[in-house]
Design a binder for this molecule. Structure first.
Ligand code: NAP
Length: 348
């Protein structure tokens, strides 16, 4: 029975599990050992050096498999979502790490708790969201984050991380800074969000503003913002079920102001976004397009024709093919602009 299964502390550990269907780039690879985690107790039972190396898999949407993984892959499947409280300023909502991110966003909106709508349709799980501080259309998850719980796999203790402890940055957090997203030291089990009661729409990105405009909506509610963003994303980004991909493949580079001025002098169309610290964010997709890679393939991998920032598997690509394409794009962007592109996905 389901209740009995949940009480079982040790999860089933499968051997030699095919990972190609568990990642959205659909690259070949096997895990020597694989366990699906449905409860905190199951996770704690694996907090033992015998189970290293380990790697934590969520939705598999930000992962490049470059071969087999000779360790234990933990598939975080912990579910559950609930309102845990509210105060004058906000609702507090908690979700299990294995909840699908987009389903969770839609659920919060249906409950009447706005705040996450700009992050609609981002692939992946709730547990993965804080790790790279997912962001879209002018909002980062850090702005709606309250706290999270994670298991320290060295001690088996559960540790609470508040916003400060997470050290959020642009698509960055302490989990990446310390390499825990690769070595699986801390495994996130649940995340609590703070959704503000005083809500105003955030439609500063041109694509969102023009989609709302086209729909004749001047003062959108949160569900209307979500619907506009879903429409924009569906138009621009490939569905992994149809064309395997890992979303944005490179970070937007952030350069100093002098470098941005120099580049703008020779490339007047260069999109530049001033950062609070005086540096300037460049659009990686624009640089890749200018370098001639939009819609271009190298063997069985390519850069997507509608959004050059997305690397796609055209069918049968391997991790080595993806690496070759990644390096060719990095080389050409560097040759054209002197700017280094760093990949966003994780290479276990
Ligand atoms: P876009 O609208 O074509 O814009 C290209 C880049 O310019 C974006 O990456 C964005 O930076 C930046 N940008 C555009 N308007 C801006 C503004 N008003 N202020 C500051 N920066 C601006 O971008 P896109 O590729 O279609 O993606 C749309 C949004 O979805 C972006 O925010 C992107 O980051 C997000 N997205 C996130 C993920 C993820 O978290 N894994 C995956 C796919 C797309 P930013 O990226 O910093 O916003």
């Amino acid at each position: 029975m389901a209740a009995g299964r949940l009480m079982t502390p040790s999860p089933l550990i499968e051997r030699d599990v095919d990972l190609s269907t568990r990642t959205t780039l659909a690259l070949p690879g096997h895990a020597a050992r694989f366990a699906e985690i449905n409860s905190a107790d199951q996770l704690r039972s694996l907090a033992d050096d015998r189970y290293t190396p380990r790697f934590v898999l969520g939705g598999g949407s930000n992962l490049v498999l470059t071969g087999d993984f000779d360790g234990l892959m933990l598939h975080m499947a912990m579910r559950g979502r609930e309102r845990v409280g509210d105060d004058a300023g906000a609702w507090y909502v908690r979700a299990g790490a294995g909840e699908n991110w987009h389903d969770f966003v839609l659920w919060t909106l249906a409950q009447g708790w706005p705040g996450l709508e700009n992050l609609s349709l981002i692939p992946g799980t709730v547990g993965a969201a804080p790790i790279q501080n997912i962001g879209a259309y002018g909002l980062e998850v850090a702005e709606r984050f309250h706290s999270l719980s994670a298991c320290d796999m060295r001690s088996g203790e559960f540790v609470r991380f508040d916003r400060e402890a997470c050290r959020f940055g642009y698509r960055d957090s302490v989990f990446k800074q310390e390499g825990w997203h690769v070595d699986g030291r801390f495994v996130i089990t649940e995340v609590t969000f703070r959704l503000p009661k005083a809500w105003t729409p955030l439609a500063c990105y041109a694509d969102v503003a023009s989609e709302l405009d086209a729909r004749g909506i001047a003062a959108p509610d949160a569900q209307q913002v979500a619907a506009a963003i879903i429409a924009v994303r569906q138009r621009k980004l490939p569905d992994p079920a149809q064309l395997p991909n890992a979303g944005s493949f490179f970070h937007n580079p952030i350069v100093d102001a002098a470098t941005a001025d120099r580049l703008r002098a020779t490339h007047p169309g260069l999109p530049c976004y001033a950062q609070p610290d005086g540096r300037v964010k460049l659009a990686a997709g624009w640089l890749i397009e200018q370098a001639g890679w939009k819609g271009r393939n190298l063997g069985t991998a390519g850069m997507y024709e509608k959004q050059a920032l997305v690397l796609v598997n055209r069918g049968g690509a391997t991790g080595a093919d993806v690496l070759e394409l990644m390096q060719a794009v990095q080389r050409d962007v560097h040759a054209g602009f002197g700017v280094a592109l760093t990949p966003e996905p994780i290479f276990p």
